[in-house]
Design a protein around this ligand. Structure first.
Ligand SMILES: C[S@@+](CC[C@H](N)C(=O)[O-])C[C@H]1O[C@@H](n2cnc3c(N)ncnc32)[C@H](O)[C@@H]1O
Length: 259
């Protein structure tokens, strides 16, 4: 049931999303006017409403819709790559994740959503303007309870944690391998997202020479299907390049092992 203070979206008949926070008093739905918030509290997500003579459905967002709605400053990781990262990092409730390069917080949204309520994501960001944008974006989603943002350089920062997983979206992930390796559990999972092949090569070489195992690199290709009464075909949208994904696992000597 929808609760007071929750972020929701109103879906109109054209498929457009209109975002609002449920609150006591009037809730503004952009382009439609206002609705009494008390009508929304207690409704089931997906309920149909009539506003200004038009139909809307009120829906609780998941990580997918939240990612699509954030205020973007840098290139963000989108659903296609975030899903593969989350799967390959085996993210689940209770995990501890270190993220290098928060950007706008698009990927962060997915990471926190998977590890909450008992896990935590610690994001390390070099630049103030991105840290501020990400803080605003994550606060808006209501996911900030399981999140810590540190200003710093992931290549040198010390975080007194042993992470289940690490994800890097920075220009030179190979430069961070030595440092993040010290903050990972044995068997911990590494991932990096890079747009260029030379970055893939440098990162894979560094992971191999640092003793990481199961080092793999891949590119995700995804085609959207257009489904119309006249036929079904792939979208005419160009298949754009996003980036390459690199994965690896950390192993340890028995002398290093801790329980
Ligand atoms: C492409 S953006 C990350 C986008 C993010 N993954 C998202 O989905 O919104 C790269 C970010 O990494 C940050 N960055 C670059 N080098 C860094 C480093 N050494 N340590 C921490 N952050 C770094 C940049 O300031 C920028 O915010």
């Amino acid at each position: 049931m929808l609760r007071d203070g929750e972020l929701v979206y109103f879906l109109d008949e054209q498929g457009r999303r209109h975002w609002a926070k449920i609150q006591t008093g009037m809730v503004k739905v952009e382009g439609f006017g206002v609705i009494d918030g008390s009508r929304l509290v207690g409704l089931e997500s997906g309920s149909k409403l009539s506003l200004a003579g038009r139909t809307l459905w009120v829906l609780r967002p998941g990580a997918h819709e939240l990612m699509e709605s954030i205020d973007r400053g840098a290139q963000v990781i989108g659903a296609k790559d975030a899903a593969t990262i989350a799967h390959r990092l085996d993210l689940k409730c209770g995990d501890l994740v270190i993220e290098g390069g928060v950007g706008s917080g698009s990927l962060t949204t997915v990471l926190i959503n998977l590890v909450r309520p008992t896990g935590k994501v610690v994001s390390v960001e070099l630049r103030d303007e991105f840290a501020m944008r990400a803080r605003k974006n994550i606060a808006r989603t209501g996911l900030d309870g399981c999140w810590e943002l540190k200003k710093g350089d992931i290549r040198t920062v010390r975080i007194d944690l042993r992470a289940d997983a690490v994800v890097l979206d920075i220009p030179d992930p190979w430069e961070a391998v030595a440092n993040i390796g010290k903050m990972m559990k044995g068997g911990g999972r590494f991932s990096a997202f890079v747009p260029n092949m030379n970055q893939v090569e440098n990162t894979v070489k560094k992971l191999r020479s640092s003793g990481f195992v199961e080092v793999e690199a891949l590119e995700n290709i995804q085609r959207v299907m257009e489904v119309h009464p006249g036929g079904v075909r792939p979208s005419f949208d160009v298949l754009g390049h996003t980036g390459y994904l690199i994965f690896a696992r950390k192993v340890i000597d028995q002398t290093e092992a801790k329980d």
